[in-house]
Design a protein around this ligand. Sequence first.
Ligand code: PEP
Length: 249
Amino acid sequence: MRNYYIAGNWKMHKTRAEAAELAKALAAQLKDGKHKYLVAPSFTALETVGAIIKGANIRLGAQNMAAEEMGAHTGEVSVLQLKDLGVQTVILGHSERRHVYKEDDALINRKVKLALKHGLEVILCIGELLEEREAGKAEQICETQTVKGLEGVAATDLANIVIAYEPVWAIGTGKTATPEDADAIHAYVRKVIGKLYGAAEAEKIIIQYGGSVKPENASLLMAKENIDGALVGGAALKPETFVPIAKFA
Ligand code: PEP
């Protein structure tokens, strides 16, 4: 049985005071939550939020990290600095990183391996653009991003990998993939993991769905066999919308 894993990506939102307010509300309201939870604030609020959720059932996540451990990389944040702040998980390959900041599969793969080397859990985001879906290439794109993102990752590290399927056309647009369409890609990605690591690992890996998840659609998505949680953007910014997703019935 896979545990549901609900993660909130706060993107470039919230000052420290605002982040603290949200973190306090979530720590209180998710105390009796049954699933695995994570929040990923901006780098600037990691320390503040980390102190609030310490000891709570919410993991501390970062939204990105550098591909190098340290050095002359102006504006970047290293895995060592994240660990120093108590970060447990890092989101890598988010579509905004891929498409706005032009991160390619090779760079994302270097980050994945570095994060794993330092014992961080990785949420590896994959997903196709609208034109790729319309051209019938959704599976192919997701397969390539999965295979290249995990190149050189040992089976023993797979317990620290979560895949987030986020069709780019559904992120922040209000358009959600139907539960059936999302489940079909999840099933396909699980097969890809099976080819790489074997059936037992494929059965175990957590595959989150992301793209306009809301309180109204969370339980329909989660009811699907291959959907094991959610990576939530917009709806993660308020307890009124994140908590009902995190506690979906
Ligand atoms: C995301 O950014 O990962 C995301 C899924 O955003 P939203 O929920 O706003 O579509």
